[in-house]
Design a protein around this ligand. Structure first.
Ligand code: GLP
Length: 239
């Protein structure tokens, strides 16, 4: 694993955006695997700046990791709304080329299959990941088993508590989500994992330095041959 430590999340975001730029300019039909959460905002800000300076993204396809079940795309806390706000509304990726699971699909099993087919049709060139304080990637939560393909997941109490900051209160946080599975993540040709802040320091150490454990889902990234871990000084402080 290539580990890079920056002074600030903003510096780290600029570096991560430059890696994305390389993928976007070197492929005929680049496919970006995208993530949500506070961590990825500096990356999207830097990427939007690159687009404002002339980077063409009209040929880009995007696939997001996950979506809350029960939130319509126009719900302000849906991940579709997050992506619209922080990226899609600011760059010229054609709307039909941006994919997320549908959190209000009436048949969730069919929706998981549909999303697996979208992933198969659009092999991911680079997958962006944040990490939960419990080690989740996407919404692959700590468990005895990790699931390979897209699936419905019950969110852990810790994740519900952590993500409550984006809602009015904890009761409003959906209890379930649809997430890409770990095999889909590992099949990306390249992976960038970002983590910032002291509260991520211990889980980053566990994910990178201990063995592979299903109760630390991010540790499975140790199996991938092209992972860049982008940290600030705080999140790197336990390495
Ligand atoms: C959510 C997302 C994850 C993300 C995590 C960390 O639960 N499903 O993909 O990595 O939060 O969020 P943050 O970056 O806000 O710490």
């Amino acid at each position: 694993m290539n580990i890079r430590v920056f002074r600030t999340p903003s510096d780290a975001g600029i570096y991560a955006a430059s890696i994305l730029e390389r993928v976007v300019t070197s492929k005929e039909r680049p496919v970006l695997g995208l993530a949500t959460g506070g961590t990825v905002i500096p990356l999207y800000e830097a990427f939007v700046n690159l687009v404002r300076c002339g980077l063409d993204v009209s040929h880009v396809t995007t696939l997001n990791l996950d979506e809350y079940i029960g939130l319509a795309p126009d719900h302000p806390q849906s991940y579709r709304a997050f992506m619209n706000e922080h990226l899609f509304s600011k760059v010229g990726i054609p709307a039909e080329s941006t994919h997320l699971p549908n959190g209000i699909a009436s048949d969730l099993a069919a929706e998981c299959e549909r999303y697996n087919a979208v992933i198969r049709k659009n092999p991911i060139d680079i997958q962006i990941l944040g990490i939960g304080v419990n080690g989740h990637i996407g919404f692959n939560e700590p468990s005895h088993t990790l699931i390979t393909g897209t699936h419905v997941v019950n969110l852990s109490a810790e994740t519900i508590k952590m993500n409550a900051r984006f809602f009015q209160n904890e009761e409003e946080v959906p209890r379930q989500a649809i997430t890409m599975g770990v095999q889909s993540i590992l099949q990306a040709k390249q992976i960038i994992l970002l983590a910032f802040g002291e509260h991520k320091a211990e889980i980053i150490r566990e994910a990178l330095k201990d063995g592979i454990r299903t109760d630390v889902p991010a540790s499975i990234l140790q199996l991938h041959k092209d992972v860049t871990v982008i940290l600030d000084e705080q999140s790197a402080s336990h390495l």
